[in-house]
Design a protein around this ligand. Structure first.
Ligand code: ZN
Length: 112
């Protein structure tokens, strides 16, 4: 019989957030919101806000029924990938974006 050494992970528990579900969806150091669901056609997208340690992110899952033809399915997958790239570029945190978050100069600006 050989002895095996099991690695032990020591994670520090973190407090629940104002937005997490405070139930089985939260782990010792990961907190998750309720799912936010949107439907379009026969597809569905789900966004979950997650805090893992000191990092927060939006987890996105989507179910997109694919066309029955290979050409159609490939077109859908290609379009999905292109649009996901555009989505990431549009909402990604860029240097300076969070710094002035409380300043909203466009709100008081008048058109004309
Ligand atoms: Zn939690």
């Amino acid at each position: 019989m050989t002895a095996r050494t099991m690695a032990r992970f020591h994670r520090q528990p973190t407090e629940h957030t104002d937005w997490c579900t405070r139930d089985h969806r939260c782990g010792i150091n990961e907190h998750r919101s309720a799912d936010l669901i949107t439907d379009a056609g026969s597809g569905r997208a789900v966004i979950t806000r997650v805090r893992a340690g000191n990092t927060e992110y939006a987890e996105i899952r989507a179910r997109i029924p694919l066309h029955s033809t290979e050409t159609g399915a490939r077109w859908q997958i290609t379009a999905t990938l292109r649009l996901m790239r555009e989505l990431l570029a549009a909402v990604a945190v860029r240097p300076g974006v969070l710094r002035g978050r409380t300043e909203r100069p466009a709100i008081d600006r008048r058109a004309g």
